[in-house]
Design a protein around this ligand. Structure first.
Ligand SMILES: [Mg+2]
Length: 375
């Protein structure tokens, strides 16, 4: 089996809001082979920037587009392709958009490997035997911190739909201590004392602010505190974790590759990491991150705030990775979140079933793809 073409498909709702909502647009990557099999992957970046990363002509040995690295290769050579893409983008890449696009490429390669084998990706990777995963509801705080009705409504939905926990993040959270408390209290009152309630700070605090705010929020018992500061501020993570051992300081959706995650774990002393398979270098790189975390007893809460292609990849990865916990389940209303695949992944009896079809187990819904297509 040889790769004949690498295509990018950009889709967008064209809303262009400054919200922390990655499902406003998406970049799908299709890898076509001489057997007729097509691999599907997703890169979580600006579609326009990702397209340039794929298609840029050669500017030098470590500065060129990534699609050309795949032509004529066997999709089974995932390590070779990963290394070539990393080297050929080294001057402009290593993190950010280049690694995001490498993630989509890698996801599509594993989809192809599974399809060629007639097996789901988790079986090809080596399954843990898990056939369903507990999801947690992932929602945004309202833009207006006085809108507690919105928080109560979302919290009630999380309870009634059977989620294992609920996470609120971004929006108006993190700026004013009394607003933070009131918003979190509104959620806690609805879900009760036992359901895990997570907060995503959206990188808005410095070390001392984080330490003071968490002391204030301690009575509301957040199960984890996500991204209190920038990914690179390992000393900040560590100081917060040491000041508040009663909760879990976590992060990593904006961390990159095995070297970054080793530092986040060892220097940041986080209690959980959140790599994103559509950003971090794909399944291949995140397996290496998972091994580092497993050796140190750190659980993985995969990040995922995008389409059903990423949901399917996450379910496959979780089913092949013993230290993965829960599925982040973005419950927003973007049509790109729900409509790009024919398969849906509903929450049933508090679980989401791991796909059993070959590869990632998704089929593109071309009607929806064409409706939102920008290139
Ligand atoms: Mg987050």
């Amino acid at each position: 089996m040889k790769i004949e073409a690498v295509e990018s498909i950009g889709v967008s709702t064209r809303t262009e809001r400054n919200a922390a909502d990655g499902s406003q647009d998406a970049l799908l990557i299709l890898i076509r082979t001489d057997t007729g099999l097509v691999g599907i992957g997703e890169a979580d970046t600006s579609p326009w920037i990702g397209k340039a990363v794929l298609e840029a002509p050669v500017s030098g040995d470590k500065c060129q587009g990534l699609a050309r690295q795949l032509l004529g290769e066997s999709p089974f050579n995932v390590e070779k392709i990963w290394s070539n893409c990393f080297y050929r983008s080294y001057k402009y890449g290593r993190t950010g958009a280049a690694l995001n696009v490498m993630s989509g490429i890698d996801m599509a390669l594993w989809d192809l490997i599974g399809k060629a084998a007639g097996q789901p990706v988790h079986a090809v990777l080596g399954s843990t035997g898990v056939d369903s995963v507990a999801p947690y509801a992932s929602v945004l705080f309202p833009e207006d911190p006085h809108n507690l009705a919105d928080i109560r409504h979302k919290a009630r939905h999380a309870v009634e739909a059977g989620f294992a926990g609920v996470k609120f993040g971004w929006g108006s959270f993190g700026y004013e201590a009394h607003h933070d408390y009131a918003m979190l209290e509104a959620a806690r009152e609805i879900i009760g004392p036992d359901m895990p309630l997570m907060i995503d700070v959206g990188m808005r605090w410095d070390t001392q602010t984080a330490i003071e705010r968490l002391e204030h929020l301690k009575p509301l018992a957040p199960y984890w505190v996500e991204e209190p500061c920038y990914a690179e501020e390992y000393a900040c993570y560590r100081a917060i974790a040491e000041a508040h051992p009663w909760t879990r300081i976590v992060g990593g959706e904006q961390e990159y590759n095995r070297w970054g995650f080793r530092r986040l774990i060892d220097e940041g002393r986080v209690k959980g990491i959140q790599p994103d398979l559509a950003r971090n270098g794909g399944i291949t790189e995140t397996r290496k991150v998972a091994a580092i975390a497993q050796e140190r007893g750190v659980p993985i809460f995969l990040h995922g705030w995008s389409t059903n292609v990423l949901i399917a990849a996450n379910l496959n990865f979780i089913a092949a990775t013993p230290n993965c916990r829960w599925l982040e389940y973005h419950v927003g209303d973007s049509p790109l979140r729900w409509n790009l695949t024919l398969e849906q992944f509903p929450v049933e009896n508090g679980r989401v079933r791991v796909p059993t079809g070959p590869g990632l187990g998704v089929t593109l819904n071309w009607d929806a793809v064409e409706r939102y297509r920008i290139f």
